[in-house]
Each structure stands twice: as structure tokens, then as C-alpha cells.
Design a protein around this ligand. Structure first.
Ligand code: C2E
Ligand code: CA
Ligand code: CA
Length: 554
């Protein structure tokens, strides 16, 4: 379509050219970050005319600056009703970049309207740079001095010379819609998109994908680490009076929100459809007791679960798109070598590191022991495209291990104390296990009194083979206090016996025995305290009837 200069000039006078706004959306969070300003001619007789149809005529008749002035004036007015964090991108024709008046013209209009130029991005195509790079470079540099950002539009078409990217101080590259449109089907488009996104990141530039029409394209772009998207999937170009409405609603259709929506639907009892699996996986991911995340080859967070965000004490969104090294959380220097190994294709599991975890109670990070595993992710061509990391906080395990060690130490200590007490006791003490009465331990005093070796393993019934009660009757070993304790759980006190030692000498002894039980109440064994009586008690005298009581021959 060709339009005469008169038609265009009168249309300009009648304000028939208006800006339409198409949102640029943060791919992962689906938040609107900016709007691209796209010209529309609201022609009273024809209706809406698209820019591709009238811009060539506008340029031909030297009216392009007038168009830009008209669009910017309207944009600055519309921007007043939009939060400051939202910026605007405006297209500038190649010819305009060779016009030294452009920067001051924009700056003058912005000052008049009270518009902060840090909210403005100028989109250029490479053809603008071909004619006179020095002049274009000068104008671009001056735009930047006003705080305006520069985007390289339609990247990947035309010349795409890397020297252009380097020559001008760009902030953003826009991947042309021709690649985005075909990337799901064509491996080549996918590789080009991935390469452009990586190139952008390695130069520190924001990457925008244009013409995103399908959710599958958005998912792939997220996978490749692209920052922003623009396209009909989110919203078409809209008139200024719809800006507020668009900002107030959720535009996206990313897998995550879709899964959430479906989970909600399912909660309301609406069937078990195939997509539920995605939401179930999402629920597992978010509900996992370990931290999980996926990072791309640039070590930027592509996704992470709620648990990891909690461990780091920052929101999930604050991680996304940022490098591991930029977000507090992982001790980057320590994890980087493992990540590199994983990026080279190796799965690395269970590496313990000393890190920290956020304690909401203290509102501060506290030291923690973490167990990390790294798993490379491959694309369909077998190339590593990222790494998934799992993080388990094993501080509690380590602490209880430490506690056990301390308890064991304490037990060892108290055992040693007990041993010392037993050894120092003036009485003989013998511990035996049930039901055999095999000695577990005995103190030196017991050995002295019994006149024999009482090392562990010795049988108590052998030790007291020749014993007599106070009446002079031979006492069977099974009636000895210790054996009654270990076999029947009986306690006895001050039982007097006459004991003949292995060397033939004999002594009056007093024995007191008690059983002991395990924690669950099972009879385990017994303890006997043995005392030597200098003189047998009067009752023993009376009953035996003589001082030099000699047992009857066995
Ligand atoms: P562009 O800068 O590449 O703008 C993107 C074009 O893609 C817009 O077409 C937009 O409506 C369209 N688009 C956005 N999302 C999708 C999608 O998902 N699918 C498809 N098929 N298309 C999508 P529009 O508005 O017709 O603009 C066409 C071109 O006109 C722009 O291409 C830009 O180069 C030029 N243009 C628009 N406004 C201006 C202006 O004010 N000044 C100058 N110099 N050029 C302008
Ligand atoms: Ca553009
Ligand atoms: Ca474009």
C-alpha cells in the first residue's frame, strides 16, 4: 500500500496514528516487564491499518520523526497510569538513527511529560547500523547518556554481525520470531535460538523471544534460559485504555501455572486427566523434604522448589534467571567444581558440604551440613543442557550422631566411675549373668574373700562348691543367694554361710544378693555382695554350737 504525503500529513494532524502496546513478559514468572509500542493508523474510512502497510510511505515522505513524536507523546501520557517498574520499547527506523536530533528530541519530550527515560528502550534493526556505523554509534551512545536502553531487534535475520553487537552498547537482543515459530519442530531453529540466548548472556544482555504463540515454545525458551517473551500466547498489541486491565491479570500459560490450575481443578473433584500427572509431579517437587533445583549451562536458576527457596531464605522468583553465584544460598566456590563435572556429563551424588540454612525464627542463616547430588540433563541430541541439584539438610542427623557419641562417652565415663567404686569397695562384689550364673565381673576384694580367681566366664557354682548353712548342712549351689537371684529373681540379705576355699581353709561369710533386669523387664543377672565375718553371728554360734565349726566331711 502506498499513501500520499498529503494523506499522511493530514492523518498526523488529526492524531489518527496511535500507539498500541504489546506486553513483554518475564518467561518464568509470567510477569509483565515492559510494553513494545507498535504504531496503528486508525483510519476513519478503512479502519485499523498495520504499520507494515504505512511505514514505508511515512519513511519515503520524510515523516518518520513526526510519527515517533506522535507515538511517544501518547506513550508518555499512558505511562503515567502504569507502575514505574514497567518500561516501554519504541521502534526507531534506520534513517532516524542517522539523525543527530533524535536523542535531544526524545529527551525534550520526556522532560516535558515527566517521564523517566530509564523506562525507555529504543529498538533498532541491524540495517540501521550498516550505512554509517560511526554516525549511528554516536546517536546510540547519546541515547544511552539519557538513560535510554538499546535493543537489537529481529536478531538472527539480516546480517547478525557480531561486530555490531560489540560496536554498540546494547542492553537487549530480540530473537526474531522466524526462529521462535519453528523452534519446536526444527532442531536447527532450536540450536540458533539457544546460541543467540547464550550469546546474549555471555555479553551480559537481556534476551527477548518474539512471536511466541504456543506454550511449547515458551517451555523450550525457559529451558534455554531466555529472559523475556512477547507474543500472542500472552497478549496481542492493545490500545492504551486496556493497559491497566492487562496488567491486572495473569497472562501466562506456563507449565507451572497450568499444573497449578489443574491441581486446583482436581481438588474440586474434576476427574483424573492426563495433565494431572504434571501437577502431581509439581506437587511432589514442591512438597519434597529436600531442596531441588534445575540450572542451565550458564549456572542460572531455571526452576527450584519451595523447600530450596526456604533454605536460602529468599523467594523462588528471586532466584529465577539469576546465576548461582549471584544469589545467596549455595557456597558457590565449593559447589562449582561438582557442577562443572556434572555439566561435563557426570552424575555426582552425596557430596557433604558445610553451608548455611535460613532459620525463619531467628530471621538469619545458621550453619548447616548439606548433602548435595548433581544430575546432568540431556537434550534429545544427547548434549548436556543443564544440571538438576538436590540438597538435603542433614544437620539433624549429624547432631544426633554427635549426641550419641557424647552419650557413649558419658556412659564410658560412668562405667569407669562404677568400676572404680566397685574395685575400691571394702566388700566383695560379684556380678553374674542369668540363668547360668557365669561371672561377668568381680572386684579384687571378692577374689580375696573367696580365695580363688573370679575372672569373667568362671562359673559361680564352681566357686561355692563347698558351702554349709548355719545349721551345718551342706548348701547346694542352686540355693546360694546369687544363683537364686539370677535364676528366680529373688533377693536375699545377710545369708550366713560357711565356705571352704579351694586351698582348704574356711571362712564364715555373709552374702546379700539382688537380681537385675533389662530395660524391658527381663531378668538379666544378679549381683552378690560378700562380706567376711570375723566372728559368725550369735545365731550361727547357737545353731552350730561351737566356735571352731567344722563342716561335716563332704
Ligand atoms: P516488530 O518490531 O518486529 O514488531 C513485532 C511485530 O510482530 C508486530 O507487528 C507485532 O504485532 C507482531 N507480533 C507480535 N506477537 C506476535 C505473534 O505472536 N505472532 C505474530 N505472527 N506476530 C506477532 P506489527 O505491529 O504489525 O508491526 C510490524 C513492524 O512494524 C514491527 O515489527 C516494526 O518493525 C514496525 N513498526 C511498528 N511500529 C513502528 C514504529 O512506531 N516505528 C517504526 N520505525 N517501526 C514500527
Ligand atoms: Ca520491534
Ligand atoms: Ca522484531
Amino acid at each position: 500500500m502506498r499513501f500520499s504525503k498529503d494523506d499522511l500529513v493530514s492523518a498526523l494532524r488529526r492524531d489518527e496514528f496511535v500507539p498500541y502496546f504489546q506486553p513483554l513478559v518475564e518467561l518464568r514468572s509470567s510477569q509483565v516487564e515492559a510494553f513494545e509500542v507498535l504504531a496503528r493508523w486508525l483510519n476513519p474510512s478503512v479502519g485499523v491499518i498495520a504499520p507494515d502497510d504505512f511505514i514505508p510511505s511515512i519513511e519515503e515522505h520524510g515523516l518518520i520523526n513526526d510519527l515517533t513524536i506522535c507515538l511517544l507523546r501518547n506513550t508518555f501520557v499512558a505511562a503515567c497510569d502504569v507502575p514505574d517498574r514497567i518500561s516501554f520499547s519504541v521502534n526507531v527506523s534506520p534513517a532516524q538513527l542517522h539523525d543527530r536530533r533524535l536523542p535531544s528530541m526524545i529527551a525534550g519530550m520526556a522532560a516535558e511529560a515527566g517521564f523517566d527515560l530509564r523506562r525507555l528502550t529504543v529498538e533498532l534493526t541491524e540495517s540501521a547500523l550498516l550505512e554509517d556505523l560511526t554516525l549511528a554509534g554516536g546517536v546510540a551512545a547519546e541515547l544511552k547518556t539519557h538513560g535510554i536502553k538499546l535493543a537489537l531487534d529481529d536478531f538472527g535475520t539480516g546480517y547478525s554481525s557480531l561486530s555490531h553487537l560489540q560496536a554498540l552498547p546494547f542492553d537487549e537482543i530480540k530473537v526474531d520470531s522466524s526462529f521462535v515459530r519453528t523452534m519446536v519442530q526444527s532442531r536447527q531453529s532450536r540450536k540458533i535460538t539457544s546460541a543467540v540466548v547464550s550469546l546474549g548472556h555471555s555479553l551480559g544482555l537481556r534476551t527477548v523471544a518474539e512471536g511466541v504463540e504456543e506454550a511449547s515454545q515458551a517451555e523450550l525458551l525457559i529451558w534455554h534460559g531466555c529472559n523475556l517473551a512477547q507474543g500472542w500466547l500472552y497478549e496481542r498489541a492493545i490500545p492504551a485504555d486496556r493497559l491497566k486491565e492487562v496488567l491486572s491479570r495473569q497472562l501466562h500459560v506456563s507449565a507451572q501455572s497450568q499444573a497449578d490450575a489443574e491441581r486446583k481443578e482436581k481438588d474440586h473433584g474434576l476427574g483424573n486427566r492426563p495433565m494431572d500427572r504434571a501437577s502431581q509431579l509439581r506437587a511432589i517437587y514442591d512438597g519434597a523434604p529436600v531442596g531441588l533445583c534445575y540450572v542451565d549451562t550458564e549456572l542460572r536458576y531455571v526452576s527450584l522448589n519451595q523447600r530450596l527457596a526456604e533454605m536460602h531464605g529468599i523467594s523462588v522468583e528471586a532466584h529465577l534467571g539469576r546465576k548461582l553465584s549471584e544469589v545467596p544460598g549455595f557456597p558457590f566456590e565449593e559447589v562449582e567444581p561438582y557442577l562443572r563435572r556434572s555439566l561435563a556429563g557426570e552424575a555426582v551424588s552425596a557430596v557433604e558440604i558445610n553451608a548455611s540454612t535460613y532459620d525463619p525464627g531467628l530471621a538469619a542463616s545458621t550453619p548447616a551440613t548439606m548433602l548435595l547430588s548433581y544430575q546432568p540433563a540431556h537434550d534429545e541430541a544427547g548434549e548436556v543442557v543443564g544440571v538438576s541439584i538436590s540438597v538435603a539438610d542433614i544437620s539433624a542427623v549429624r547432631q544426633s550422631e554427635q549426641k550419641l557419641l557424647t552419650t557413649a562417652e558419658a556412659l564410658r565415663d560412668s562405667e569407669a566411675q562404677l568400676r572404680a567404686i566397685i574395685d575400691a569397695a571394702p566388700s566383695g562384689i560379684v556380678v553374674a549373668e542369668g540363668p547360668t550364673g557365669t561371672i561377668i565381673s568381680a572386684n579384687p576384694r571378692a577374689e580375696m574373700i573367696m580365695g580363688c580367681d573370679l575372672s569373667p566366664g568362671t562359673s559361680w557354682s564352681q566357686v561355692v562348691r563347698q558351702a554349709f548353712d548355719s545349721e551345718g548342712f551342706s548348701l547346694l549351689p542352686e540355693n546360694m543367694p546369687l544363683l537364686r537371684a539370677v535364676c528366680h529373681g529373688e533377693s536375699s540379705k545377710n545369708v550366713e554361710i560357711y565356705h571352704r576355699r579351694q586351698d582348704g581353709s574356711a571362712r564364715w561369710l555373709s552374702l546379700s544378693a539382688s537380681p537385675y533386669y533389662s530395660e524391658d523387664g527381663l531378668l538379666k543377672g544378679g549381683v552378690v555382695v560378700v562380706q567376711e565375718l570375723d566372728q559368725p553371728s550369735p545365731s550361727a554360734f547357737q545353731r552350730s554350737g561351737c566356735v571352731d565349726y567344722e563342716a561335716p566331711a563332704a
